[in-house]
Structures are given as C-alpha cells and as structure tokens.
Ligand binder design. Sequence first.
Ligand code: PCA
Length: 324
Amino acid sequence: MKRLTTLMAVVAALGLGISGAQAERWDMATPYGDSTFHTQNIREFVQEIHEATNGQLEVHVHSAGSLITHPNIKRAVRNRQVQMGEVFISILGNESPIYAIDSVPFLATSYEEAEKLWQVSRDRIEELLARDRIKLLYAVAWPAQGFYTNRELESVEDFAGLRFRAYNATTQRLAELLDMEATQVEVPEIPQAFSTGIINAMITSPTTGVDSAAWDFVDYFYDIQAWIPKNMVIINQQVWDGLDEETQQIILDAAERAQERGWEMSRNEADRQKAVLNENGLRVMEPSQALMDGLAEIGQRMAEEWVEAAGAEGQAILEAYHEN
Ligand code: PCA
C-alpha cells in the first residue's frame, strides 16, 4: 500500500513535469533463510530505512544465497554487484586470520564474552574491510555452537571417521584434529548434504539446527558451547560515499538499532530453539567432563595456532580481550 502511494506520487510528479528525486532500489545478498532471526532482523533494518527515507531508498533482500552464494557475497559487495550484504565473519578467515578470531574454539563462549570480543576486534575488522572499499554497518551473534551427531560421544576419540560439515577454515582444522572428514556446506544445502550422506555430523547453533530440521538426520545435540560467532552487515564504500549525509545518518541509526535488536533476538532464542530440537525428538546432551577436557585441549592448540598466524596484531587483540 505504502509503495503504491509512493509510486502514485512519482507518477503524479512526472505528469506535472516535476523531476523529483527518483526512489533508489538496492539489492542486498544474505546467506541464510527467511526463518532465521538474522534475516528477520535485516528485513526490519531495511524497512526502517525505507520508512525514514520516505520511500526514497528501497533495499531488496535476497536471502538464503539466492542471488549470490555465501562465499561470493563479500566480493559482490566490493564489486558493487550488490550494494549491501551479510556474511559470517569467519568465512573470511582464509583472507586474514583477524576474521578467524570470531570462531576460535572456547575463546568467547558467553554473550558477554562475545560482546567483548566484538569490542576489541571491531576496529581491526573495519580496517581490513576498508582495504576492499567496504564499510561495516553492524554485527550480530549466533547462539553458541554445539555438536550434532548420531553417535554418543564420550571422549574426543569418538569423533573419528565422522563426515563433518565445515563452514570455514577453522572448522576444517577442527575436523582434521578430530580425525573427521570435512566438507564445506552452506546452510541452505544442509538437509540435502545429510540426506545424500555427504555429511553425518555438524557444529552449529540450535537456530540452524532447527532451520535445517536436524532431527530428520541426527539423534543428539551436544551442547558444548564452543564459540559464539557473528554475522556482519556490510555496504560498498563508493555507494556509501554517494549518499547525502542525512541518508547516511538514517542508515547508521538503523544499523545501531539492528545490532542491538539482533543480539537481543539471539539471546532470547538460544534456549527456546534447544527446546524445539528436544520437542522434535533430538536429545540435547550435556557433554561429559572427559569430552570437554579433550575438546579444551584441542581448542588450546587451535588458539595457539591462531596467535601464530595472526602475529603481533592478533596478540594485541587478545591482550585487549583479556584485559577488559
Ligand atoms: N549458523 C551458521 C553460522 C553459525 C550458525 O549458528 C551456519 O551453520 O553456517
């Protein structure tokens, strides 16, 4: 209805020979489906922009990798194939270890820690993106990551031989250390990867477990709370520079609200989605001490590897993180 009114106003203006400002229409590429809270949050974000600009800026959200697949979203934003995008920060870990800090096992395992990690790493991530002429708008955390499998896990030895779904370089390394066979699979393809037998285990949030109906494929969810990774929403810098100050401020304000709202949504659904897993027959398991000790050891090793890869810069971020 609102769009129709705007359209009618534009048509009326044209009829009168007035060349008023043309409404702009942007594309935004995101990796996750419409039932995911991140996507719902993004839809609210762009709706707020649409309203605050009196319909002058309309952002069309292409969710679930439908326009651009996840591994190509950052490049698409950089090349202005789309004006805005959303990516999982640590999927960029192969570009710089700084992005990988977002998925170091057992570094940030509560929302408080995840917020702190965001505070101490945000500037550095913004600088890296700026090199690619991309501007960061906001980031939102997923619920803590747990392990989905058909096997009962007593210790780290029990992972051996599983066909594991990886979603970044860190999870590939984890698979290697646990003697699993890894395949990179994006969220929209999870059900198919399970049903065709390409994978039989994964590490992800209760959110993504519910989105992909994990109970159709596995029996157990081990709530190991291994890390709390984030998505970030980005915009092409040249597109940004082409906006007037008022519109920039509208977007910044909406981004700030989206960040706050998104973290709140995430906190709210962590437990709720675990209950949904349970209601659908998946057994939510408390990991044994032996399992956690073994994983902690592997996490420690991966943290050391990360420091080695990230050098002095990484060291500085970690020090700031532990200081706060
Ligand atoms: N879901 C996304 C990223 C982290 C999460 O919880 C995924 O599984 O790819």
